[in-house]
Design a protein around this ligand. Sequence first.
Ligand code: HEC
Length: 137
Amino acid sequence: MRTIWRTLGCLMTLAPLPALAAPPAPAGDAARGRALLLQRQDSGCILCHVLPGLPQGGDLGPPLSGLKRRYSREALRARIADARLGNPDTLMPPYFSTEGLHNVARAQQGRTVLGEQALADIVAYLLAEPAYNDGRR
Ligand code: HEC
């Protein structure tokens, strides 16, 4: 019996997962993204990152500037959605994943920290033209 379940489990992992074929990401709004990046409770980004155009942030993570040169929109979204993909031991919380988390408060179980729209808004700010987010306010 156990073997059957194990085999089924493997097959399910190998089968294409249509549910995960994400719908096109919503268009992001850089101004909303800026507001989200600033929030200490909902996103917390500024606790660990210095962000161009925003008040002084923390330095647990690298400064988030010049990302436009290194990331496509999709790659940046993926990086923020689940930083563990790039570094399994990362300090950065997985913002759009509910997998493999420990000690999650009951009310938060099965919920991601950020929604798809919020993620798109944050990416829009981080990829905005330098004139918008180069440190001038
Ligand atoms: C607890 C600290 C922490 C928080 C909170 C955090 N990060 Fe990070 N972040 C890191 C660290 C550390 C790295 C360095 C690489 C790694 O370990 O993943 C990083 C890396 C990144 C990178 C890659 C930077 C590069 O130069 O390639 C991006 C983009 C990023 N974070 C965005 C965000 C955003 C957006 C938020 C908020 C939604 C956020 N981070 C919240 C700690 C944090």
